[in-house]
Each structure stands twice: as structure tokens, then as C-alpha cells.
Design a protein around this ligand. Structure first.
Ligand code: PNS
Length: 165
């Protein structure tokens, strides 16, 4: 049974991520979606919240497991015996960072292969960062993210409003 690991910050999961998940499952028997912290990004949701959102968003997708990991990606790859790391490539602008990360991970663990999957064109401009920005100004994000995420972002905004009242 071939397992792949799809790491990311998923803050929050978008329809683009779900598209990559479904594509990866056409190639592998099982996919581990691995939520982690990207030290260069500020987070809206906690790791556990991101994991729960992913679980709910993927409830109808078989052969998937959602986990959180701390530490190096190559350690998670080893722990879960993953044959490959899956990363989504939206545009050429993603490539430099992704290439550097893939090569560094291979340097850290010679067996760590990275496979890039392109999402459908309608998701090629989507990013979690933009979703958070649009939502923070009250924009409609419902066509970009699963319903569970729309509700969770709305709830976060309400909680913040209560704290500031
Ligand atoms: O969705 P993102 O923010 O692009 O995901 C980046 C992530 C979490 C996959 C990356 O930051 C990562 O692998 N973090 C774990 C720590 C690590 O291994 N860093 C070295 C990467 S070369």
C-alpha cells in the first residue's frame, strides 16, 4: 500500500487544497494530510482547529488521515512511511520556493521524493492568505473554501468582536 504525505499550513483549507487531495488519491492508496506551522506566516487558526476543519471538509473523501506534526517534514515522512511528499503548484511563482524546499528535504533525507500536482485552473489564484484578507474585510469567500471554513471564519470574527466590546 503506497502512502503519500501532503504537508501544509492549511490556515485554512481551501477548495484548491481539496482539489490537490483528490488528485493525489488517484495516484496513491492513502493520503496523510499533515498540518504544520510555517514559521514565515502568522496563523489565524490553531493547528488543532485547522486539523478539525480538514477532517470535516474531507469527511466524504476515503483513504485519508489528517494529522498535525511538529519539527521537520522529513521526520514526519519517515514516521508515517510515506513514499512521497505531495505539494500543489499553482503558478510558476510557486516554483522557486517549492523547488528549494523539495531539494532541501531530499538533502536531509535522500529517500524523500516530492511530487507536484497542479490544481484545476479555477483554483490557480487561490491562497489561504487571500481568503483571510477577503474575509477580514467582510468579502464573500463561499466559492473558494468549504462551508465549514466559511462558518469557522465567521465565528472567529464574532468571537473577536465580543472580546473587543
Ligand atoms: O502551506 P505552506 O505554508 O506552504 O506549508 C509549508 C510547510 C508547513 C510544508 C513547511 O513550512 C514545512 O515543511 N515545515 C516543517 C519544518 C521543515 O521541515 N522545514 C524545512 C523545509 S525545507
Amino acid at each position: 500500500m503506497k502512502t503519500a504525505l501532503f504537508p501544509g499550513s492549511f490556515d485554512p483549507v481551501t477548495n484548491g487544497h481539496l482539489d490537490v487531495i483528490k488528485r493525489a488519491l488517484l495516484l496513491f492508496d492513502k493520503l496523510i494530510v499533515a498540518v504544520s506551522v510555517n514559521n514565515t506566516k502568522s496563523g489565524l487558526f490553531s493547528l488543532e482547529e485547522r486539523k478539525q476543519l480538514l477532517i470535516r471538509a474531507c469527511k466524504d473523501i476515503p483513504n485519508i488521515e489528517v494529522i498535525c506534526f511538529e519539527g521537520l517534514l522529513v521526520q514526519a515522512v519517515q514516521k508515517y512511511n510515506a513514499a512521497a511528499v505531495i505539494r500543489g503548484l499553482r503558478a510558476i511563482s510557486d516554483f522557486e520556493y517549492e523547488f528549494q524546499m523539495a531539494m532541501m528535504n531530499r538533502e536531509l533525507n535522500k529517500a524523500c521524493e516530492t511530487i507536484f500536482l497542479m490544481p484545476s485552473p479555477e483554483y490557480s489564484f487561490l491562497s489561504s492568505r487571500m481568503i483571510k484578507e477577503i474575509a477580514s474585510f467582510g468579502g464573500d469567500i463561499s466559492t473558494f473554501v468549504p462551508t465549514v471554513v466559511v462558518d469557522a471564519i465567521r465565528q472567529k470574527a464574532l468571537n473577536r468582536k465580543k472580546i473587543n466590546e
